[in-house]
Design a protein around this ligand. Structure first.
Ligand code: ZN
Length: 150
């Protein structure tokens, strides 16, 4: 991994874990889902407010490792104001990047999220990084009230 990507990765994870964005309970959400990563013990409750196809608001609560918290925080920042379709597209991009199936070509589109690609150097942590995204996907697809990475 390039040194500057690794440095950015550590900086962004540290920052978003210490000071997670949109970390709050939402009143009257359109969707609410609990996500669990049994490998690490990460738990997240994700709240969405939809306005037609647009994600008008998104927030989360939970407890987990630094990577799961930072990834959830970054995700809420990037998908707010996006349509369900755009969010789905970002999920797929993020998934490909964190599992190493995609190279730097899409990094610009992902912005700050791309630094989490650093997680692919630690395969055991990929599920920590993708937990929030799997929860988002399940919430958008209205797949029930709980999702597990296993
Ligand atoms: Zn974790």
């Amino acid at each position: 991994m390039l040194d500057h990507i690794r440095d950015l990765y550590q900086e962004v994870v540290f920052d978003h874990n210490r000071n997670p964005r949109n970390f709050r309970v939402m009143e009257a959400p359109s969707r609410k889902i609990d996500g669990f990563n049994p490998l690490c013990g990460d738990r997240i409750t994700l709240y969405l407010k939809l306005d037609g196809p647009v994600i008008a608001d998104v927030s989360f609560q939970g407890s987990g490792c630094a990577i799961s918290t930072a990834s959830a925080s970054l995700m809420t920042e990037i998908v707010r104001g996006k349509t369900e379709e755009e969010a789905h597209h970002l999920f797929e991009l993020f998934h490909r990047i964190t599992t190493g199936q995609d190279e730097v070509a899409n990094f610009e589109e992902l912005g700050k999220l791309a630094v989490l690609a650093g997680v692919r150097a630690y395969p055991a942590r990929v599920k920590c990084a993708t937990l929030a995204w799997h929860s988002l996907e399940a919430a958008l697809n209205n797949e029930g009230e709980a999702v597990s990475t296993e």
